[in-house]
Ligand binder design. Structure first.
Ligand code: F6P
Length: 380
């Protein structure tokens, strides 16, 4: 495709669950687009707003000043939604009509798996003059549930939030000799639980990809409990106190309800450690908000820079990914715009993502193995 011309219109769209750093990506995309002479618009509330033709100049969102302020905050300035209508052929047809009506030449979609599946569905959309619309995706989801990028925008902030929460919980857990089960977001992907578990020094991490039965999960937790409370260190010939608290991080995707797990653990600890209580904390949406970390701001800016330059240069149906030069054994060349950012076809990214979610990807197999190898270290 030909490069875009000065004055051509592109729009930015955020969709699905918001992620810290989305605003920073919007700011960077707006700046880079302006530097390339493009008119950059914002779509209000994701695909829902696209279908309803709510595509507005950034002045209506508060302009550069609002983008600057927002880039330091979580959420998304232009709003997001999970549109049920966009999944239907009628919804997609209506969105394509609005794209042509608004004279858009390019669309930048920020979101996770569902959002980029939506971007894929826009393949074949036409501009007002019949030329093909170019669509580029940016991975933004705290869950890190997309292939083709080592990290999605928002993951680092979410990991830091979980780590901080777990550090706080560990203080009170130690004071009371307690087992804490901390549940974190991650519907289809246990990455947040796995990495935050390592960072926070958890005693066990429970994730869907492990494929464990409820009974095996209870066994895993009990191994950690045993190691935490039965352990007695010999210090200068005297018996020490041991770890005396136990942190279990559980991913949302594990179907075993956290409160039911607590009951099962209580039933097992009652006789063995009568003074030990178990508590459940569900961190939920707390993890999705907050000011993006420096890393997320940098990642968002670099991915957005490449994505807008790719749109401008004529790429379409690709995703800008971070430091993921490897895909199923084949190496991927870096993008011409940033040596750490790759551009991979959305088709490939989504196919590999589906494998990740079903547990059939090499990367997920490696994660599961690495975590199970780490378990003896965790409970030492
Ligand atoms: O953004 C993805 C995600 O955080 C999932 O981990 C979680 O299941 C879901 O969002 C919750 O979404 P909602 O905000 O619509 O309840």
């Amino acid at each position: 495709m030909e490069p875009l011309k000065r004055g051509d219109r592109i729009a930015l769209l955020t969709s699905g669950g918001d992620a810290p750093g989305m605003n920073t990506a919007l700011r960077a995309a707006h700046k880079v687009g302006a530097a390339l002479g493009l008119e950059v618009l914002g779509v209000e509330e994701g695909y829902k707003g696209l279908i309803e033709g709510r595509i507005r100049p950034f002045t209506e969102f508060g302009g550069s000043r609002a983008l600057d302020d927002a880039s330091r905050r979580g959420g998304t300035l232009i709003g997001t939604a999970r549109s049920k209508l966009f999944i239907t052929p009628e919804g997609q047809a209506k969105a394509k009509e609005e794209i042509a009506k608004c004279r858009l030449r390019g669309l930048l979609v920020l979101g996770g798996n569902g959002s980029l599946t939506g971007a894929r569905a826009l393949d074949g959309a036409l501009c007002h003059d019949g030329s093909p619309l170019r669509v580029v995706g940016l991975p933004a989801s705290i869950d890190n549930d997309l292939a083709g990028t080592a990290l999605a925008i928002g993951v680092d902030t979410a990991m830091n939030t979980i780590m901080e929460a777990c550090d706080r919980i560990s203080d009170t857990a130690l004071a009371h000799q307690r087992v804490f089960i901390v549940e974190v977001m991650g519907r289809d992907c246990g990455y947040l639980a796995m990495t935050a578990g390592i960072a926070a020094g958890a005693d066990a991490v429970l994730f869907r990809e492990g494929g464990k039965t409820d009974e095996e999960i209870v066994e895993q937790v009990m191994r950690a409990v045993e190691a935490a409370f039965a352990q007695r260190k010999i210090v200068n010939g005297k018996e020490g106190m041991g770890r005396r608290h136990c942190l279990i991080i559980k991913s949302e995707g594990v179907r075993y309800d956290s409160h039911k797990l607590k009951e099962a653990v209580d039933a097992r600890t009652a006789g063995r450690f009568p003074d030990v209580d178990t508590r459940v904390t569900v961190l939920g949406h707390v993890v999705r908000g907050g000011s993006p970390t420096a890393f997320d701001r940098l990642l968002a800016s670099r991915l957005a820079n490449v994505a807008v330059r790719a749109l401008h240069a004529g790429h379409s149906q690709v995703m800008a990914g971070w430091a993921a030069p490897w895909a199923g054994g084949a190496s991927i060349a870096p993008s011409p715009f940033d040596p750490h950012v790759t551009l991979r076809p959305l088709d490939e990214v989504l196919a590999e993502t589906a494998k990740m979610h079903s547990g059939a990807s090499d990367l997920v197999r490696w994660r599961v193995r690495a975590l199970s190898e780490a378990e003896p270290v965790m409970v030492l």
